[in-house]
Design a protein around this ligand. Structure first.
Ligand code: FAD
Length: 494
């Protein structure tokens, strides 16, 4: 008798523990589940593609493949988009008289491109008479669950009411059941971190194809090819690395409210790049840290941290309900701003050569490490749009080219927030003063000196007042006061 099996199509849920649908499938098919990942050429040719982020992604896939193999399973990485990949796999299976999988599963993705792709794939699988199952992983609460309006299909545009609704939803039994599942998954993480890999799976691609046929696996090829283009040191990837960070952050979360705004302090979790690929999920973070918005005794640091996780979800909901934000300003009136778009200024901003130390330190951190502290992201984004009067879309694209955690929804949300073009953004007249921001959030200029060694000899006072004269560090390329007035005029005109 032929034994049914399933294929799990991995996308941005690159882990085994706490991958609810994978776990459900594994139980249903008694371990006969195999993994597939498709390198979509459309993704690889994006204009804001980043070799560094791609390398981190590849390393994450490698770590997942290793974990799956140790658990008796497998992961195949094909060089084509999902339609071509599944079509080819099904053809080969048919040619060899091997049953098609009974089910194909995946976790939902809310980006416009992904939604369109998934609709196409559902029709394809229907045609092939293969059942599909998709689940939730990337968000704790999904866009269709927080809506308003007479038909109940409108998304929220303001964070605070969204947050209030979010925590109300969070209490519901269906969500709490998922959180409990995530909590249980932590014991698997613990086992793996002790080198104990339970045999959860019992099917590999070689077994399925009865050694007759082999699909070329493109992972190593891509890793070797892309390595040459990498410009930074790529952090260790994978589920265990993400948990190491989370563990270390758990002893610091109590200080999160006070420390998170100071870039010289290790005050934040550093988990964003792992969340992007699903090496860890927000559900796991929430259960590991026991984040509960209704716990009256909860430490304020935990409450603030949860609010940031909800900001992430808010931006995904915005992108889902208002997909046009991917291409243009959320607020129609701000779509016609006449930006200066001075290319020399843009180059100076990218290279950390504007003469504004806190801005330059941030931009150099980004280029050297592929990551930037949130407070500094806000400062450099405000500076680009409201001091240099350059289109936020230029900054958004450059961030995507550089960030290891570059992610459409929060990146677009962050940029539109800073440029005041977004839904619940800074009012246009709130313009960060880069001098006072530096003074307030890097008072000893520790962060600045780390990334701008030219300024090592200067006192924090000199640095924060712009009174430094150095042969290789530039003078400020613009006058903040003058630019501020120009920005106010530009926005007011609209
Ligand atoms: C202009 C701009 C661009 C940004 N681009 C991105 C991006 O491409 N990818 C990305 O993940 N984040 C982006 N952010 C949000 C934020 O800066 C990063 O998530 C954060 O710095 C990551 O560091 P962390 O993991 O230590 O954060 P922590 O402070 O430890 O926060 C925990 C998690 O909460 C979420 N989070 C925290 N702050 C925010 C926020 N302001 N908005 C949305 N989610 C948040 C992230 O998932 C983060 O990993 C951007 C912010 C701005 C202002």
């Amino acid at each position: 008798m032929k034994e049914p099996y399933a294929i799990h199509w991995f996308r941005r849920d690159l882990r085994v523990p706490g991958n609810e649908i994978l776990d459900w499938l594994r139980q249903k098919y008694k371990g006969r589940v195999i993994g597939l990942f498709c390198f979509d050429k459309l993704f690889l040719s994006r204009k804001d593609f980043s070799c560094n982020r791609f390398q981190f992604f590849l390393e994450t896939l490698k770590s997942l493949k290793k974990d799956l193999r140790k658990m008796g399973g497998d992961l195949l990485l094909l060089d084509t988009g999902p339609l071509e990949s599944f079509d080819e796999i099904f053809k080969v299976l048919k040619q060899n008289n091997i049953e098609l999988p009974e089910t194909i599963s995946w976790n939902r993705d809310y980006e416009p491109f992904a939604l369109k792709r998934d609709r196409k794939m559902i029709s394809f699988f229907k045609e092939m008479e293969v059942s599909t199952y998709n689940g939730r992983d990337h968000l704790i609460i999904e866009p269709h669950e927080i809506t308003k309006g007479s038909k109940g299909d409108e998304g929220y545009k303001v964070y605070t009411p969204f947050y209030n609704k979010w925590i109300q939803k969070f209490q519901e039994e269906s969500i709490q059941t998922r959180i409990t599942f995530q909590k249980r998954s932590l014991s698997l993480v613990k086992e793996i971190s002790h080198g104990k890999y339970p045999k959860l799976f019992s099917l590999t691609w070689t077994k399925l194809l009865k050694n007759k046929n082999k699909f070329p696996d493109y992972l190593e090829k891509y890793i070797e090819q892309n390595k040459k283009a990498v410009t930074i040191s790529i952090p260790k990837a994978g589920n265990l690395e993400a948990f190491e960070l989370l563990r270390s952050f758990s002893s610091r979360v109590k200080n999160y409210t006070s420390d998170r705004d100071f870039p010289s302090i290790k005050g934040t979790s550093g988990l964003s790049l792992f969340l992007k690929n699903g090496s860890i999920s927000t559900g796991q973070i929430v259960s590991f840290l026991n984040l509960n918005p209704f716990d009256k005794n909860a430490h304020p640091g935990k409450v603030t941290f949860l609010k940031e996780i909800v900001w992430r979800e808010f931006y995904y909901h915005i992108l889902f309900h208002f997909p046009y934000v991917e291409k243009e300003a959320f607020k129609p009136s701000y779509r016609t701003i006449s930006w200066s778009n001075n290319k020399t200024h843009f180059k100076a901003w990218k290279e950390g050569q504007t003469g504004f130390p806190i801005v330059d330190a941030g931009m150099r951190q980004l280029r050297q490490t592929g990551w930037m502290h949130n407070r500094v992201r806000m400062i450099v984004a405000s500076f680009l749009t409201k001091d240099l009067l350059i289109d936020w879309k230029w900054g958004e694209k450059y961030f995507m080219e550089q960030l290891l955690d570059g992610d459409l929804a929060p990146n677009n949300g962050g940029w539109q927030w800073a440029a005041s073009t977004g839904c619940d953004s800074q009012p246009y007249f709130r313009i960060f003063n880069p001098w006072t921001q530096g003074q307030k959030f890097d008072p000893d200029a520790e962060y600045i000196k780390k990334y701008i060694p030219e300024l090592k000899e200067f006192s924090p006072k000199e640095i924060h007042s712009g009174k430094v004269s150095h042969k290789s560090y530039p003078n400020p390329i613009v006058d903040h006061k003058v630019q501020r007035e120009k920005a106010l005029k530009l926005y007011k005109e609209l």
